[in-house]
Design a protein around this ligand. Structure first.
Ligand code: NAD
Length: 337
């Protein structure tokens, strides 16, 4: 499969690296709006760069960055475009993707309606088979879908109540806040995450409340789940441990904060300290019979990367079995190690 990426930023550059590692996909090129250091590093790594529009090609030439053409030149050569432009911009590109007859994957910053289908690998891979447009849900929703699906499948969830503590900005976003505040984000209930989970797991009764805090590393979620069955803490741990994209870590071993999780990722040798796995603290799993609590952490910059790779396989039907695609992606990316 021949793949292009529109928007080579936080998410786009990680998906580009992930595609380069898959045996059944070829990265044809990425687009950049500006001739900055990211464009130069992409070229140094052998990735072809295209200007986001033809009137910008000159700008790249002035900076001595050789581009292969414009987005339209890229679209002529590919089967699937992965739109990684900032939230809301992707929708404006849909007509041009349609014009060139390419399948398109949008990200969580776009509305569900842009693609008409929201995706998570373990929850609804088969429903994505052959689709022309798919939206991979946001980092928070991806994390929630992974743990809620696993627990719902094993025990049945009657009611989910979740508090999300969101990182204020990504590490490079030095103009964003909050700097000295805890911001209800939004102050009204529910936050958009619960309704977004319902786009994928529509039978789950979920309410979410979110706050943004002055931190850039990860999000943290506190889940309170009422289940159909009585479960022990070890039952829950065993269930969650079966999923390669869920990693149970132990505070007792010193991984007791988002900063130590990131240190752990560094020690694992993960590029850019990425952790596409959903991280769950073992000690936070607490059972009160048919009611459980758990705390989980989401590395916002990388958790959606494997889902984008799987979405390509589902849309193009090169792999129809979800477990097979997940296994291929995880093996290539070293997930679950
Ligand atoms: P980003 O700002 O880091 O990257 C966006 C890239 O698109 C930049 O390279 C920018 O120059 C480029 N761009 C801007 N305008 C463009 C245009 N008109 N045409 C083409 N390219 C353009 O953003 P991001 O964090 O990578 O987010 C991309 C998408 O992924 C959004 O929908 C976002 O909601 C979603 N997402 C982000 C995160 C996260 O934590 N960063 C997590 C999950 C999903």
């Amino acid at each position: 499969m021949r793949i292009g990426i529109n928007g080579y930023g936080t998410i786009g550059k990680r998906i580009a690296d992930a595609i380069l590692k898959q045996k059944d996909m070829e990265l044809i090129g990425v687009t950049k709006t500006k001739p900055n250091f990211e464009a130069r590093i992409a070229l140094e790594n052998g990735i072809d760069v295209y200007a986001s529009s033809s009137d910008r090609i000159k700008l790249f030439e002035e900076f001595g960055i050789k581009v292969k053409g414009s987005l339209e030149d890229l679209l002529k050569q590919i089967d699937v475009i992965i739109d990684c432009t900032p939230g809301g911009i992707g929708a404006t590109y849909k007509p041009i993707y349609e014009k060139y007859g390419v399948k398109a994957i949008f990200q969580g910053g776009e509305k569900h309606e842009v693609a008409g289908f929201s995706f998570n690998s373990i929850c609804n891979y088969k429903e994505a088979l052959g689709r022309n447009f798919v939206r991979v849900v946001s980092c928070n929703t991806t994390g929630l879908c992974r743990s809620l699906y696993a627990i719902d499948k094993a025990y049945g969830i009657k009611k989910a109540r979740v508090v999300l503590i969101r990182r204020g900005a990504d590490p490079h976003e030095d103009s964003k806040g909050p700097i000295n505040s805890i911001v209800p984000d939004p102050v009204t209930i529910p936050s958009h995450h619960g309704p977004d989970v319902n786009k994928i797991l529509n039978h789950i009764n979920i309410t979410t409340i979110a706050f943004a805090v002055p931190e850039t590393l990860m999000h943290v979620h506190v889940l309170n789940l009422e289940l159909n069955n009585f479960v022990s803490e070890s039952d829950v741990i065993n269930t969650l441990s079966k999923y390669s994209r869920i990693k149970i870590i132990s505070a007792k071993e010193g991984i007791d904060s988002t900063s130590t999780i990131i240190e752990y990722a560094r020690d694992l040798g993960r590029k850019r300290y990425d952790l596409p796995e959903l991280i769950i603290w073992k000690e936070s799993i607490k059972s009160f019979g048919n009611e459980i609590y758990l705390s989980q952490a989401v590395h916002q910059e990388s958790i959606v990367v494997p889902e984008n790779v799987d979405a390509i396989r589902a849309m193009t039907r090169i792999v129809e079995n979800p477990e097979e695609s997940i296994r291929m992606t995880d093996e290539a990316l070293g997930i679950g190690r």
